[in-house]
Design a protein around this ligand. Structure first.
Ligand SMILES: Nc1ncnc2c1ncn2[C@@H]1O[C@H](COP(=O)(O)OP(=O)(O)O)[C@@H](O)[C@H]1O
Ligand SMILES: O=C(CO)[C@H](O)[C@H](O)COP(=O)(O)O
Length: 576
């Protein structure tokens, strides 16, 4: 492992979320030196149809990559890793974008992960009760790839299905675009495509659901070469991709991870010694990583497979090698908060006041709640207003895409106080959803004592505090707020050969080894710098008592004493 006085090596991590592409430059000690982001386009041509463009996403990758390596000696860049949302990218036999819409707009060649067009297809797939469904929580989600493929075959046969040469999960599209290698990551195929790490593809599933043509082709269109995340691809970065990204040709490029899995890898093994947390000294299987962005993903690992009804998995080696993964999820969380806030009559007033104060609307709302709560705990502000958060169906644990959202307790007034309270009730409802997922995982055999949050929503202190209050579990945040990007950079570091794998021989995860030796944080440029805490912060435990259950079907809560802890740095952690 490099270190000490050796010349610096750099790795580039690239994270493609739903709303933007982010890149980071990380050195061999795990220090995040530069960060850049760039928004990406989304189209919603019909209700429940969500599309993107692979060319637009690649162009955004090129912008952020060039920004983070500005001023750096390119010869010291040794590896590149990608993570991304699991949207479906469609290319023709010459690798050109193919339209996934009846309008024939070939810019829009991605069916996004949150697209719910394939409802009839997923019902029929679930009616087969095929044994592969056991490994996705018992019920396949409309957000997975098989129903979307069937939709394309049944609805766009001539314009798309017959012409298609390659169906990629977005993380695998990116690694192909960078290297020309069509090998898929074990992570994406296992989690979204029914591939088994132990048994490979199951021909009988694809034949039973009406996609036998994929089998006849020996899976060449969806992947017949599968590599573990972090494995080096082909001859590395092609000259063409190198020119696009502003990186040196030939540097190592890794097999990718899904975004939630990169975040999970980045945070799950943190050493929290000294904070008196229940998980100190317990195996890593007592932790739940929650990656909260547009959606929230709840990643729990185990040594043996655990079958949790309505929770995806168990997936072998899909996040931490050698461990089984269960992935709970809420399809819209950040998107739901934005929807509720932006759709409210008082939003223009909120925006004007937040801008005048130089704050984000969330920071403004949080301080407004502090003002109006007076002496009572903030949670009591929603005694009469409750939200059911399944505006886009329920991913886990109810696994019911037909569910809808609900608000009860509305009044005729629509002022800023009402908006702030609705925002709070939405955040609480999302936290109750996390609690339901944890309860389902525990009923099936998981034992979870601590939450590790990352993603855009973890920058919102109210969201973090409500998760601690409502689950009754302590929440740990890493000092490095861009934990998902650290996970992506880990992949590049592994592919470069500088580190043998994402784990060392004792099973310790690379981010932990990095942070053990990290002594200080540096920034390449103030302009690109990500704000972070400069010192460890251990917030006082807040005994925020909550009103009774805000949503039908949820148990009522007793007051409890949760804690919210921010650790300063990661250290070595025994995964055993
Ligand atoms: N500084 C912030 N404070 C509060 N909430 C934030 C902040 N930044 C982002 N968010 C929330 O996080 C969500 C986006 O998270 P992000 O991880 O960027 O999403 P994605 O990976 O899906 O593109 C937004 O919908 C917003 O609600
Ligand atoms: O299904 C997924 C992970 O398994 C999606 O990639 C995820 O839910 C979307 O991620 P984000 O909210 O970060 O955009």
């Amino acid at each position: 492992m490099p270190g000490g006085n050796e010349p610096r090596s750099y790795y580039v991590g690239m994270d493609v979320g739903t709303g933007s592409v982010r890149a980071a430059l990380v050195d061999q000690r795990g220090t995040l030196l530069a960060f850049a982001d760039q928004p990406i386009n989304q189209w919603e041509p019909q209700f429940n149809h969500h599309e993107q463009s692979s060319e637009d996403i690649w162009a955004a990758c090129c912008v952020v990559s060039k920004k983070v390596v500005q001023g750096v000696n390119l010869h010291q860049i040794r590896g590149l890793g990608f993570d991304a949302t699991c949207s479906l990218v469609v290319l023709d036999k010459q690798f050109r974008p193919l339209p996934v819409n009846p309008e024939g707009d070939s810019r829009r060649n991605i069916i996004m992960w949150l697209d719910h067009r394939a409802v009839s297809q997923v019902h029929r797939i679930n009616e087969t009760k095929h044994s592969v469904l056991q490994y996705v929580g018992g019920v396949m989600s409309v957000e997975m790839q098989a129903p979307k493929l069937l939709w394309l075959k049944e609805n766009l046969r001539e314009t798309c299905w017959d012409k298609a040469g390659h169906f990629f999960d977005l993380p695998d599209f990116l690694s192909w675009k960078a290297t020309g290698v069509t090998a898929r990551s074990l992570c994406s195929l296992v989690c979204k495509w029914t591939y088994s790490a132990e048994k490979g593809w199951d021909d009988s599933f694809w034949k039973m659901v009406g996609l036998e043509d994929l089998v006849t082709d020996n899976y060449s269109k969806i992947g017949n070469q599968v590599l573990p995340p972090g494995a080096s691809l082909g001859s590395g970065l092609t000259p063409e991709a190198a020119k696009d990204l502003g990186l040196p040709p030939g540097i190592a490029v890794a097999a990718s991870l899904i975004d939630a899995h990169a975040g999970g890898l980045g945070v799950i093994g943190a050493d929290v010694k000294g904070h008196g947390l229940a998980c100190e000294g317990q195996p890593v299987t007592s932790r739940l990583a929650v990656i909260c962005g547009t959606s929230s993903c709840h990643m729990g690992i185990s040594k043996n497979p655990i079958f949790v009804p309505g929770v995806w998995g168990p997936y072998f080696s899909a996040m931490v090698p050698g461990f089984w993964l269960n992935e709970g999820g809420q399809s819209v969380t950040g998107k739901l908060i934005d929807h509720m806030v932006q759709g409210h009559a008082a939003f223009p007033e909120l925006q004007a006041k937040a801008t005048a104060r130089g704050q984000s609307v969330y920071a403004y709302l949080n301080s407004h709640l502090d003002l109006i709560k007076k002496a009572q705990p903030v949670g009591f502000l929603t005694v009469d207003l409750h939200v059911w958060p399944d505006f886009h169906g329920n991913r886990s644990p109810l696994a019911d895409l037909t569910l809808k959202g609900m608000v009860t307790g509305l009044k005729l007034s629509q002022d800023l106080d009402d908006l702030a309270i609705l925002y709070l009730a939405t955040v609480q409802a999302i936290a109750f959803g996390t609690r339901l997922i944890i309860e389902a995982m525990e009923s099936a055999g998981h034992s979870i004592s601590t939450l590790f949050l990352c993603g855009g929503l973890s920058k919102n202190p109210l969201f973090v505090q409500m998760h601690a209050d409502i689950t009754g579990l302590p929440v740990v945040l890493s000092q490095e707020v861009e934990s998902v990007l650290v996970g992506a950079a880990v992949l590049g570091a592994c592919a470069s050969g500088d580190f043998a794998s994402v784990q060392d021989s004792d099973g310790r995860l690379l981010p932990l080894i990095w942070w053990k030796v990290q002594s200080r944080l540096e920034m390449a440029s103030e302009r690109l710098a990500v704000p972070r805490t400069s010192a460890p912060v251990v917030a006082a435990a807040q005994a925020t008592a909550l009103p009774s259950s805000p949503s039908p079907g949820l148990p009522s809560l007793q007051p409890h004493h949760p804690s919210f802890i921010q650790v300063s740095a990661f250290e070595l952690c025994d995964l055993g």
